[in-house]
Design a protein around this ligand. Structure first.
Ligand SMILES: [Zn+2]
Length: 113
């Protein structure tokens, strides 16, 4: 980390971008090390520092594939399923209860079932 080139704010060289700028282009650093840093001097405090990554080494953000969507939906369904009655509660089971509300409060069922 000793020999990082430091650039003045707004004078960043072409081909470099901050993590946020990469994200705006649908890219991510992709495991590369910080390539340079930007410093913006501030009064009375240390400079504001931003880290730059090389755009040519950035990788595209992994797109959501149908399989990943399915895995996500399954995980969400599992979080909504009451472990007591195995029903889909329609909401995420609160960790404090660990079960759906009718199971946690059986005497408190509003419709008197
Ligand atoms: Zn339940």
């Amino acid at each position: 980390m000793a020999a990082l080139p430091v650039y003045r704010w707004r004078l960043a060289p072409d081909g470099y971008a901050t993590r946020r700028q990469l994200r705006a282009r649908g890219l991510r650093p992709g495991g590369q090390d910080v390539a340079a840093q930007l410093e913006r001097p501030r009064r009375r405090r240390g400079p504001l520092v931003a880290y730059l990554y090389r755009i040519d080494r950035a990788k595209p953000v992994r797109p959501m594939t149908p399989a990943r969507w399915a895995a996500l939906a399954k995980a969400n369904a599992a979080r909504r399923t009451c472990p007591e009655c195995r029903r889909d509660a329609g909401y995420v089971i609160p960790p404090s209860l660990g079960m759906c509300t009718p199971c946690a409060f059986p005497d408190n069922t509003p419709e008197g079932s």
